[in-house]
Design a protein around this ligand. Structure first.
Ligand SMILES: *[C@@H]1O[C@H](CO)[C@@H](O)[C@H](O)[C@H]1NC(C)=O
Ligand SMILES: *[C@@H]1O[C@H](CO)[C@@H](O)[C@H](O)[C@H]1NC(C)=O
Ligand SMILES: *[C@@H]1O[C@H](CO)[C@@H](O)[C@H](O)[C@H]1NC(C)=O
Ligand SMILES: *[C@@H]1O[C@H](CO)[C@@H](O)[C@H](O)[C@H]1NC(C)=O
Ligand SMILES: *[C@@H]1O[C@H](CO)[C@@H](O)[C@H](O)[C@H]1NC(C)=O
Length: 791
């Protein structure tokens, strides 16, 4: 008893002395390491070795250790298994044999197996730790729990740790977790909040073992050390593209029950490759040791990324995968399996520094070689007329070579036509021995090469960072959720995509070559290999665009994405025809959320759209200032106009705000707009009018019950909406029905009932305003997606 009290006093004083978290973390004392899942594969392969290295490095630091391997099996069965694993650990080269034998012997004596199943087991463990501290009369520094268990067990184990294993004397608690951290944004959020109720954020260490790779860990220091060379060229004017590539030769045999729920995007792109991307592109922190600053700079990258959709990815699946799934998951032959084992994704950071720079993230199983690297390829602005092999005309690039592949060591390579990089701190050396290797199009002799003096396993590296409390090498909750926020929409949009089947290995040939087309990515060759049985019952869904009639007018129908593509193409065609004929195209657009996908499509894909000759008009506007989110113009500006090169004087917002007030009849806003239309638009006849339909069948801002006749011949009128903001300004049927083409866009399951009703009712614009759309000399086309058409 006396000992405990004394211990507490010592602890409290020590704490008061240096309140800071980091200093406290370094207070020497006893450390209990618990590997939950201590006889599993990961523990066997990396963790016990990593903790041995930690032990060896800490032997003379004043810290003492005990190690526990925890598991569900009873101790008598698992203890021999654990000791077989422990006996296999090895020392680094500079440790003598005798010393190594001694250290290993100590390590083994400090380790024990404990069954960790029930809450009582955890309580017993805590009691054991406390007794040991008392008996030895030592201060506790901290407790480190490494959860090497399936993710579904995290919440449960964390709860048990919080309930029974928290150190009570001011020592630290660190709990280490391995991916997967959820399989999409929602599940990651749920898991994060479950863990958050048991553990503080600073107690959680989420491992992304890529961050422990020596070259990955040096990306930021390299960028900082070489800032004077990189600053002028690390931007859209000089970077041709960024590639982050992780090729594997192995298949996933034996791991299918896990892998089939994830696929390559969740398995490596969402985590490892995204981390590398943020390290390459984030703003350099002023203070590299400030994990808060590093995190904020990473989050800024996530917030500037263009959204990822179906057109930004290609997916593949190696041929034998399907059979493996049938075997390992007991599925029948006609089981449809769309899980990608290969993916190439095209990302863009839409900020002033990187706007337009393609960032490729590529990974796959069963490829021709095992290699991981990130390459920044720079534009070459020198044209060699004769000597194409001149150094000036060779690729200019910086390559972060993570490992494997033709180079046998991890390295950072800078092509000699760029600059001579600063050598990283003492643990790195320059490679000058001549070898006959080619790396990404250049012989190794054309690079400055540096490599770590001693290669270390990522896990050993990270374990030493956990011990030192260096949170930078781990994934915070915010970072995790931001990453899922980026990837989840893409995963959803790919849910029904057929991966391209590839044979595997060298036989893949050029089947997986990809091509970047503007903001889109595609396979370079058009071959599509889908075995008929792969289609299963999904073939019934059909993916093509359907033509038909609706309410006596033309109708185009398709799945949402194809429908939007088609409408965008039709608008461009109308624009080109009008410009060809009269030099100008008058386009009137609706607001609201329905056309946003169309706006994105036009902004991101229609680079040859004749915006310079296009006038953009508004179909309707809410009576709010243009700067408010509610304003239709605001939405149109943010989602379309600011992304295209349209002259300012071709943009015609509705004048809802005059004389410092909104939509007052006597201010004559409607009449003003009508005059503007007559002034610019020949015969006040727009070339193209895009309309939507509300649930109550209103179109533009013409609502049920408004007396259409009241507007007479007026082209623009003030109207009343049943929902807020009530006041609107709108084109009238007189204006709409003069148009050459009117497109009515209807999307989403929610509109199915409306579409069904509209297919039956007669024209009655007072009750069903949209039925008043009847272009006198023009054409009406309904664009209805399958969700709205078929429900
Ligand atoms: C052995 O090498 C490791 C890693 O470079 C180093 O940390 C350690 O101090 C060295 N040990 C001895 C005994 O030289
Ligand atoms: C841990 O458990 C206690 C109850 O034993 C609870 O009050 C606390 O909020 C839990 N979470 C954290 C982060 O301490
Ligand atoms: C950098 O950040 C670390 C960790 O927050 C802090 O201890 C250190 O004082 C900071 N250094 C400078 C120069 O601000
Ligand atoms: C598949 O079936 C075998 C034998 O019927 C069984 O042992 C195995 O557990 C099953 N696997 C799965 C994933 O259901
Ligand atoms: C205006 O429209 C009329 C009727 O459609 C057409 O005959 C005339 O050529 C047009 N004028 C111009 C300048 O495009």
């Amino acid at each position: 008893m006396f000992v405990t009290v004394l211990l507490l006093l010592v602890t409290l004083c020590a704490q008061r002395g240096n309140g800071e978290e980091r200093a406290e973390a370094q207070r020497p004392g006893h450390v209990s390491v618990v590997i939950v899942g201590g006889t599993g594969d990961l523990a066997k392969k990396y963790l016990w070795q990593g903790f041995f290295e930690l032990y060896v490095n800490q032997v003379s630091s004043g810290n003492t250790f005990s190690f526990y391997g925890g598991g569900l099996s009873p101790a008598d069965a698992a203890t021999p298994v654990l000791f077989e694993i422990l006996k296999a650990v090895s020392c680094s080269k500079n440790v003598s044999q005798d010393r190594c034998a001694l250290l290993k012997d100590q390590y083994l004596r400090l380790a024990q197996y404990r069954q960790l199943k029930s809450l009582e087991d955890y309580q017993e463990l805590a009691k054991h730790i406390e007794q040991e501290l008392q008996q030895e009369g030592i201060t506790e520094a901290g407790r480190l729990f490494y959860l090497s268990v399936p993710a579904f067990a995290y919440a449960d184990v964390s709860e048990k740790i919080n309930n029974s294993c928290r150190p009570t004397n001011g020592a630290w608690l660190r709990v280490v977790l391995e991916k997967p951290f959820g399989h999409d944004f929602r599940s990651a959020q749920v898991l994060a909040s479950q863990l958050g109720s048991c553990l503080k954020d600073e107690e959680m260490y989420r491992i992304d073992h890529y961050l422990g790779k020596q070259v990955v860990a040096k990306i930021l220091p390299f960028r900082i050390e070489n800032k004077k060379f990189l600053d002028p060229i690390w931007n859209k004017h000089h970077i041709e593209r960024v590639e982050i590539v992780m090729k594997e030769t192995l298949d996933v045999k034996g791991r299918i029950p896990f892998y089939d729920q994830y696929g390559v995007i969740r398995d490596v792109l969402q985590n490892h490759m995204t981390e590398v991307m943020t390290l390459l592109t984030m703003r350099l922190p002023m203070n590299l040791s400030s994990s808060e600053e590093v995190l904020q700079n990473k989050l800024q990258i996530f917030s500037s990324m263009l959204p990822l959709g179906k057109s930004q990815a290609v997916v593949g699946q190696y041929q034998a995968y399907k059979t493996a799934v049938q075997q390992e998951l007991n599925k029948t032959k006609d089981h449809v399996c769309l899980t990608p084992t290969f993916a190439a994704v095209l990302a863009h950071i839409d900020d002033a520094q990187y706007e337009g720079v393609p960032i490729l993230l590529i990974s796959g199983k069963m490829l021709d070689e095992r290699v991981g690297y990130a390459r920044i390829l720079f534009k070459n602005d020198i044209f060699c007329l004769q000597n194409h092999n001149s150094v000036h005309c060779k690729p200019k690039q910086v390559v972060f070579y993570f490992g494997h592949g033709s180079l046998k060591y991890p390295a950072i390579l800078v092509s000699k036509n760029l600059f001579k990089p600063v050598l990283m701190d003492g643990e790195w050396k320059e490679v000058t021995e001549p070898t006959d290797v080619n790396i990404l199009g250049l012989p190794i002799s054309d690079y400055y090469v540096q490599t770590p003096t001693e290669q270390r396993e990522a896990y050993s590296e990270l374990i030493s960072h956990i011990f030192a409390g260096r949170k930078n090498s781990f994934i915070s909750t915010e970072n995790l959720l931001a990453s899922w926020g980026l990837w989840t929409p893409l995963l959803n949009s790919l849910a029904n995509s057929f991966p391209r089947i590839y044979p595997g290995g060298a036989d893949n040939g050029d089947l997986l070559d990809i091509r970047v087309k503007g903001k889109d990515i595609g396979y370079n060759s058009e071959v599509v290999i889908i075995s008929p049985d792969q289609m299963g019952d999904m073939s019934a869904k059909g993916f093509q665009v359907m033509q038909g009639k609706f309410r006596g007018a033309d109708m185009v129908s398709a799945w949402t994405e194809e429908l939007v593509e088609r409408l965008a193409a039709d608008i461009q065609e109308a624009a080109e025809a009008a410009v060809h004929q009269g030099g100008v195209f008058h386009l009137a657009l609706s607001g609201g959320s329905t056309p946003l996908a169309l706006f994105h499509r036009l902004a991101l894909h229609h680079f040859s759209f004749p915006w310079r000759n296009t006038h953009v008009w508004m179909v309707d506007e809410r009576c709010v200032p243009l700067t408010e989110m509610d304003s239709n113009f605001h939405g149109m500006h943010d989602h379309l106009l600011q992304h295209v090169r349209i002259p300012y004087y071709n943009i015609h917002p509705m004048p809802v705000q005059l004389n410092q007030r909104l939509c007052v009849e006597e201010d004559g806003g409607a009449l003003l707009y009508e005059k503007e239309v007559s002034k610019f638009v020949n015969g006040s006849s727009f070339h193209f009018v895009l309309l939507g339909v509300g649930y109550d069948s209103h179109t533009a801002s013409l609502f049920p019950g408004s007396k259409v006749d009241e507007f007479g011949e007026s082209l623009v009128a003030l109207t009343e909406s049943p929902v807020k903001p009530h006041q609107r300004m709108s084109l009238t049927f007189s204006a709409i029905n003069r148009a050459r083409t009117v497109a009515l866009l209807v999307m989403g399951k929610g509109k199915h009932e409306l579409i069904t009703q509209l297919s039956r009712v007669k024209d009655n614009p007072d009750k069903w305003p949209v039925t008043g759309v009847k272009p006198a000399d023009g054409r009406l086309v309904w664009y209805i997606d399958y969700d709205a058409l078929l429900g």
